[in-house]
Design a protein around this ligand. Structure first.
Ligand code: NAD
Ligand code: DAO
Ligand code: ZN
Length: 369
């Protein structure tokens, strides 16, 4: 079939709206009509050329929601008409990783997903006879896309696509990092570095679990009002702090944070986030994705004296199991998504969504088809 899509021909150039060819789903795959897709910092990261796994030409996008149109042979867990959220972290429930119950990093299709192809090693997208690569197994910047069955979470049908698409990445990543990875406890003192689409959801998660102090750190002062609405109790702009930021945060938390989260992707902030944690028990969780080749450092004595460094991918969530529950939380009014979706636009204007992100003017832009 012919499909409208935003194609990334090469790094560092705007996306191009094209009509591409999409082949039907093969065995174990599903064809999904994408109704809405968020534009995440990670799409910009890949488009910039900083992503070591970035392959071009490709159809980016990993934060979508849509409807199953057709299923390939052997697909049993979804049927045409089902509403779904694509998962860049699949959940096969059969691989060693899934069965371990110790991680959400299902490895069933890891190799081919990283190569930009479906599990049989080929792409379903093409243009003028040449393949166009899939991205993160999802490629949600296309009106229709093909995904493995294990890469879709079935959700309730009354959930609005242009809101719950955000659960496909940012919401789950932020709230999940708090609940699943860090396991923040009631009364904890929490520091969040970066108050963008991910960090604001970390704040929302910290409030949900009853953190007593939630400090947000950001160089963009315009983030303060929204972060306070989501539960931030103290705002710190590093540019307005006299002296050492770590010492300032340790003092503010009366000895150090029980938990900190790095939600920017900056290795210097990752060090500050670890070192502002409480001696003996503070845990720092890295959520931000740093550029290719970047390394983190600290004095080992920081770890010897009880601080812990962790990382979180997709909020530690098992997508097919956890994403439908998070959609329920939204529909029941337990989490706020609406205030984070600052811009909605047709796919034809997708490059404006990237501009708004780079200018710090949006939290989340959502493109519709
Ligand atoms: P964003 O651009 O919306 O937000 C980043 C925020 O960091 C902005 O508010 C910006 O002002 C702030 N910032 C920049 N430099 C700063 C500094 N020096 N000190 C303090 N604040 C600073 O980005 P986002 O969508 O929230 O994504 C954040 C990071 O999370 C990215 O690296 C993204 O790739 C990553 N990410 C990780 C996962 C995961 O599963 N681990 C999933 C999605 C996104
Ligand atoms: O290696 O098993 C693996 C999967 C790695 C994927 C990690 C995804 C999280 C970081 C990228 C952010 C995506 C929006
Ligand atoms: Zn698995």
């Amino acid at each position: 079939m012919q499909v409208k899509a935003a194609v990334a021909y090469k790094s560092g150039t705007p996306l191009s709206i094209e009509t591409v060819e999409l082949a039907g789903p093969k065995a174990g795959e599903v064809l999904v009509e994408i109704k809405a897709s968020g534009v995440c910092h990670t799409d910009a990261f890949t488009l910039s050329g900083d992503d070591p796994e970035g392959i071009f030409p490709a159809i980016l996008g990993h934060e979508g929601a849509g409807v199953v149109v057709e299923v390939g042979a052997g697909v049993a867990s979804v049927k045409p008409g089902d509403h779904v959220i694509p998962l860049y972290t699949p959940e096969c429930r059969q691989c060693e990783y899934c069965l371990s119950q110790k991680t959400n990093l299902c490895q069933a299709i890891r190799t081919t997903q990283g190569q930009g192809v479906m599990p049989d090693g080929t792409s379903r997208f093409s243009l003028q006879g040449k393949p166009i690569f899939h991205y993160m197994g999802t490629s949600t910047f296309a009106q229709y896309t093909v995904m493995p069955e294990i890469s879709v979470a079935k959700i309730r049908e009354d959930a609005p696509f242009d809101k719950v698409c955000y659960i496909g990445c940012g919401v789950t990543t932020g709230i999940g990092a708090v609940i699943n990875t860090a396991k923040v406890q009631p009364g904890d003192r929490v520091v969040v570095f970066g108050l963008g689409g991910i960090g604001l959801n970390v704040i929302q998660g910290a409030r949900m679990v009853g953190a007593s102090m939630i400090i947000g750190v950001d160089v963009n002062p315009s983030r303060q009002v929204l972060a306070e609405k989501f539960g931030m109790t103290h705002f710190v702009n590093p540019r307005e702090v006299d002296g050492d930021l770590v010492a300032y945060l340790v003092s503010l938390t009366k000895g150090g944070a029980d938990h900190s989260f790095e939600c920017v992707g900056n290795v210097d902030l990752m060090r500050q986030a670890l070192e502002c944690c409480h001696k003996g028990w503070g845990v720092s969780t890295i959520v931000g994705v740093a550029g290719a080749g970047k390394e983190i450092s600290t004095r080992p004595f920081q770890l010897v004296t009880g601080r812990v460094w962790k990382g979180s991918a997709f909020g530690g969530a098992r997508g097919r199991t956890d994403v439908p529950r998070i959609v329920d939380w939204y529909m029941e009014g337990k989490i706020n998504i609406d205030d984070l979706i600052t811009h909605v636009m047709p796919i034809e204007q997708i490059n404006e969504a990237f501009d708004l992100m780079h200018e710090g003017k949006s939290i989340r832009s959502v493109v519709t088809f």
